[in-house]
Ligand binder design. Structure first.
Ligand SMILES: Nc1ncnc2c1ncn2[C@@H]1O[C@H](COP(=O)(O)OP(=O)(O)OP(=O)(O)O)[C@@H](O)[C@H]1O
Ligand code: SF4
Ligand SMILES: [Mg+2]
Length: 322
């Protein structure tokens, strides 16, 4: 497997400047992705997962703004790009994204083929027979009959549409593909098949993939590394197998203990009391401290910094000696 560095994110912070105050949706985020590697991003609703993905694509809309940090991919300094260059050089070509509920964005009046060919035409000026062949090859790659190229969206199942959106995201061979809840609307059998396809494609294409979901049991199947997010911070980051076996951050421990599919004894399923904080006014010190059963005096006063040990980052005062 290649170890080519694909993406490098340093100190990235993205905030929304609303009339109710500044929403600190993403703060001081650091991570890298290498070729052939997948990163699973998990955390409760509102913790900043989509904001992180949209930042990488330079698609955060006002009142949102990247306020700090850098994103490097394939020679591009993403945070510094003009909107024109983000459109021409970054999206689809370097990074593509399959959005939550993406299958619903297919236009009913155009055939699958017509819609798939658009990015090829716009970004690579590939048209006609050659474009048809490329699209059909990618349909085959996501386990679909290439003949679907000639169909209209209403003639397809939800799972087929979602695969078509995935095939389209892969068409321009981007360095990185981001999947934001790619299978939430699908039943578990279809979900498992698509996840298996993506696992295979990651090896075949040797690109980087980011999977975003609040369902950790899905990420267990597909991620090489995991980033656990809480209230705009990555609180733990490292190899997925290590984190599942030995979660260190108290929040990660709770999340993993709450995965139904990993536990036979449903009576012992844990949950995390309380709710995530308002990000206009996150708790002082550790943002998790109001919900943490290990919290001690320092936790409500001092922000924990990233602490690295055995290739794993954890952001918690229980670790390190700061
Ligand atoms: N356009 C916006 N304007 C103001 N605040 C926003 C906007 N978009 C997101 N936020 C806020 O930013 C924070 C992070 O939101 P984000 O959508 O990134 O979370 P998420 O982890 O993707 O959640 P989910 O799992 O529900 O998709 C939340 O507090 C959210 O309310
Ligand atoms: S820093 Fe303190 S409050 Fe935060 S997770 Fe660690 S022990 Fe809990
Ligand atoms: Mg989201």
């Amino acid at each position: 497997m290649s170890t080519k560095r694909i993406l490098s994110v340093k100190d990235l912070s993205t905030h929304y400047f609303t009339s109710k105050g500044v929403v600190k949706a993403l703060d001081d985020t650091n991570f890298d992705i290498n070729g052939g590697e997948s990163l699973g991003v998990a955390g409760e609703s509102g913790c900043g997962k989509s904001t992180m993905a949209l930042s990488l694509l330079r698609m955060v809309q006002p009142p949102g703004k990247i306020v700090k940090g850098s994103i490097k991919i394939g020679g591009l300094d993403v945070a510094q790009l003009s909107e024109k260059d983000a459109r021409r050089k970054l999206r689809w070509q370097k990074i593509s994204m399959v959005f939550q509920g993406a299958m619903d964005i297919m236009t009913p009046v155009y055939t699958v083929g017509y819609q798939m060919k658009e990015p090829l035409k716009y970004h690579k000026d590939i048209r006609g027979q050659k474009a048809d062949e490329i699209c059909m090859r990618y349909l085959d790659m996501v386990d679909l009959d290439p003949e679907l190229f000639y169909r209209y969206p209403h003639e397809l199942s939800g799972g087929q549409k979602q695969r078509i959106v995935i095939a389209t995201a892969l068409l321009l061979e981007p360095d990185l593909v981001i999947f934001d809840e790619p299978t939430t609307a699908l039943d578990v059998v279809v979900e498992a098949r698509i996840m298996n396809d993506l696992k295979r494609l990651k090896k075949e294409l040797n690109n980087g993939m980011i999977f975003i979901t609040h369902d950790l049991s899905i990420l267990a199947e597909i991620s090489d590394n995991l980033a656990i997010m809480y209230a705009g911070w990555i609180v733990e980051h490292g190899s997925a197998s290590r984190i599942y076996k030995n979660p260190r951050h108290p929040y990660t421990q709770k999340l993993i203990a709450a995965i139904p599919r990993l536990h036979k004894d449903i009576d012992r399923l844990e949950y995390i009391p309380g709710a995530p904080p308002e990000l206009t006014n996150p708790p002082k010190g550790c943002r998790f401290h109001p919900r943490c059963e290990h919290a001690f005096a320092k936790c409500s006063q001092v922000e924990p910094k990233e602490y690295f040990e055995d290739g794993v980052m954890v952001r918690c005062h229980l670790y390190g000696d700061d």
